[in-house]
Design a protein. Structure first.
Length: 327
């Protein structure tokens, strides 16, 4: 037996989803949450035994003292617990994670390796929403989407292809879901150490003063909540276009996007579509074809969450035959 990638998932996260979830079916955010619940049930029916999550970090794990473009957690993974996302130790598919790391290094990539990775809502919120029992072993892959210079979108996809090839070569008997967590359009506050208007304390934080983390957390969360009260900017047209490209299997228009083009149409938060394209690469690189997948799609612009919220599940053609039947 060999490891199989049975599904691809692109999934938005938002701090405010964790703080102000919808309380009624007609409330904004409910359409997206319903799509998430459908995807979670489908993944359970697929008997997923491990999940690879490509996601960003929001300056809770990686800082400008050493900022990798990709980092794979291979041993201990701890949820930061921000915005009510899962906190504390999370289950890790350690052998699979190490195999993926070693394989992509032999395949022309040089991701960083973490033996103790902290994951904030950028990975943990999506993981917890799709696997609410927190019982499916995780391979977390941080993709830097917050701290320029960023890799190109195409490079993120090519890295995902290498991850997919590694999964296909893994000698185990795993049924793997690959997930991209991020986006879609949003314009969160941007902090860059080269900004001359940035205060010394903020600059020290970005450069790696982790002693500030606890003290800053309350202020960070209140600032984000205030943005939601003011109804954040969302570009639903761009978001739907991104979803259309992935669902059609025509990824080239996305892979050609520049950082500036994404900033203009999807905001600096839209840079997180790199995680979706990395996951799509892993799905394709493992031998699957988007053209033969079955899709479940949900999208809703949620200004009070300052984000265009998308959920796109693709189930591999061969995997559909075994839904609910176990391995």
């Amino acid at each position: 037996m060999t490891t199989r990638v049975v599904s691809l998932m692109g999934h938005s996260h938002s701090p405010l989803w964790g703080v102000t979830p919808p309380s009624a079916p007609e409330e904004s955010g409910a359409v997206f949450v319903d799509g998430t619940h459908r995807a979670s049930r489908a993944l359970a029916d697929l008997d997923v035994s491990a999940v690879v999550v490509f996601g960003p970090d929001h300056f809770r794990f990686a800082f400008y003292d050493l900022m990798p473009r990709f980092c794979i957690g291979v041993q201990e993974v701890v949820g930061a617990g921000d915005y009510n996302s899962p906190g504390g130790p999370l289950p890790v598919a350690a052998d699979l994670a190490r195999f993926v790391h070693d394989s992509v290094c032999e395949d022309g990539f040089d991701p960083a390796l973490s033996l103790r990775m902290s994951v904030d809502h950028g990975i943990a919120q999506t993981y917890g929403a799709l696997f609410p029992g927190l019982d499916v072993p995780l391979v977390p892959i941080m993709v830097n989407t917050s701290a320029p210079p960023l890799c190109t979108v195409r490079r993120a996809y090519e890295f995902g292809l290498a991850v997919g090839r590694a999964l296909a070569d893994h000698p185990g008997d795993e049924r793997v879901a690959v997930v991209g967590s991020g986006g879609l359009s949003h314009w969160p506050p941007r902090l860059e150490p080269t900004d001359p208007a940035l205060g010394e304390r903020d600059r020290d934080f970005l450069l790696g003063d982790r002693d500030q983390l606890t003290a800053r957390e309350e202020g960070r969360q209140s600032r984000v909540a205030a943005m939601g009260e003011a109804n954040g900017k969302v570009n639903a047209v761009w978001d739907e276009w991104v979803l259309d490209c992935i669902q059609s299997g025509d990824l080239e228009p996305l892979l050609d996007l520049t950082e500036e083009q994404i900033d203009d149409s999807g905001g600096n938060g839209g840079q997180e579509i790199r995680t979706w394209l990395a996951a799509a690469g892993a799905y394709v690189g493992s031998g699957n074809d988007l053209a033969t997948a079955s899709f479940d799609r949900s999208y809703e612009p949620v200004p009070r969450w300052i984000t265009g919220m998308g959920s796109l599940l693709a189930v591999a053609g061969a995997a559909r035959e075994t839904v609910g039947a176990g391995r």
